[in-house]
Write a protein that binds this ligand. Structure first.
Ligand SMILES: NC(=O)c1ccc[n+]([C@@H]2O[C@H](COP(=O)([O-])OP(=O)(O)OC[C@H]3O[C@@H](n4cnc5c(N)ncnc54)[C@H](OP(=O)(O)O)[C@@H]3O)[C@@H](O)[C@H]2O)c1
Length: 334
């Protein structure tokens, strides 16, 4: 038996060759895995985009009468709530309007009756959310809606600072009003209608939140406003799961700027729609996703602003500081 001896250099180069082949196999495997992952992620995004296009432009809106023949709208005397009240009336829904100003409530209901005549009924409830306790709000809503087939609640009433300011500059009255109107009232008005919806096993709730709490990581100089809207978003998403099986569809819409007295933006454009443009889009989404942005250009803006969050927050803060200074000048403080 003869033993073959290989020179050490040849053995080492063979080992190196084997190692390189293994490395290459691993590399190929990693490239294949990355390609597959990329493909899956691309398909996921394309699917999400296709779903969004369908929901935004093709999907049939729900028949709101299936929820009930009456809708309760808070803050119907101006801006988005006013436009939503008219939009819902145009669909033949009867309205319970909940507002703080009797004259504005009367003007809104007269205009609705003039436009829609006897096709709809309108009731009004006077409730200043900044002054009433939660229980008083719930009792007022329950009392006014007793015996009515309430299918839809729109929690729309809301306030922000008149102009941006630092937290320590928010006086006690404004602070309490924001917490009571944006947060307390949403909870207690919902409490006022939910038992009725549960009994019927059908209903829908639309909460008007804000993009400030969803697309951006921070919203300085409107801190309390954005924080109450964050509450509204998580409140809506969570409660919607609690009552899904009970037949109640709960949704939070999170618009960006709309030309209303709250924003003091009078110029309407594609990016800053009128309340009417927004409300037309808004009602098409009622009863669908738990959270959405119904106006398509808002959804696009939100996507972009979120993608460049650091820049958006930096630029937003600069803009809000400028608005604060303008507000202080108007008030004669600067
Ligand atoms: N405009 C936007 O760019 C924008 C963007 C995102 C979200 N939102 C949200 O959309 C909702 C409506 O805003 P908007 O822009 O339409 O505001 P708006 O034009 O100022 O209207 C607000 C409505 O809420 C009512 N309201 C205010 N304080 C109240 C109180 N203490 N008790 C009862 N009702 C009260 C107002 O009544 P009066 O008529 O008596 O003042 C009015 O009907 C708010 O929740 C807001 O946060 C607005």
């Amino acid at each position: 038996m003869s033993i073959k001896y290989e020179p050490l250099a040849i053995t080492k180069s063979r080992q190196a060759c084997n190692f390189t082949r293994k490395e290459m196999e691993l590399e190929d495997l990693m490239i294949a895995a990355a390609t597959a992952l990329g493909f899956v992620s691309l398909c996921k995004n394309l699917l999400a985009f296709a779903r969004w296009l369908h929901a935004m432009f093709l999907r049939k809106p729900k028949n709101l009468h299936d929820y009930g023949s009456w809708a309760v709208v808070t803050g119907p005397t101006d801006g988005i709530g006013n436009a939503l009240a008219f939009e819902l009336a145009s669909k033949g829904l009867n309205l319970v309007l909940v507002g703080r100003n009797p004259n504005k409530l009367e003007a809104t209901s007269s205009e609705l009756r003039e436009r829609y005549g006897t096709t709809i009924q309108v009731k009004t409830v006077i409730a200043d959310f900044a002054k009433l306790s939660g229980e008083e709000i719930a009792a007022a809503v329950t009392g006014a809606t007793e015996g009515l087939d309430i299918g839809l609640l729109v929690n729309n009433a809301g306030i922000a600072y008149p102009y941006p300011r630092y937290f320590h500059e928010v006086d006690q009255e404004l602070m309490e009003s924001i917490l009571r109107v944006n947060l307390n009232a949403v909870v207690w008005v919902t409490k006022g209608v939910i038992d009725g919806m549960l009994k019927k096993k059908r209903g829908a709730i639309l909460n008007i939140g804000s993009a400030s709490s969803v697309y951006l990581s921070s919203y300085p100089l409107q801190t309390l406003y954005a924080s109450t809207k964050t509450f509204m978003a998580i409140f809506s998403r969570s409660i919607s799961l609690e009552y899904k099986e009970a037949g109640i569809d709960i949704q939070c819409q999170v618009p960006l700027f709309i030309a209303t007295k709250m924003t003091m933006l009078r110029r309407r454009s594609m990016l800053v729609p009128s309340p009417e443009m927004f409300s037309g889009a808004s009602v098409r989404w009622i009863g669908h996703e738990r959270q959405c942005n119904p106006y398509w250009l808002h959804a696009v803006q939100g996507f972009v602003l979120h993608a460049i969050d650091a820049f958006t927050v930096w630029y937003g803060q600069r803009y809000l500081k400028w608005m604060r200074e303008e507000g202080l000048k108007d008030d004669g403080i600067l």
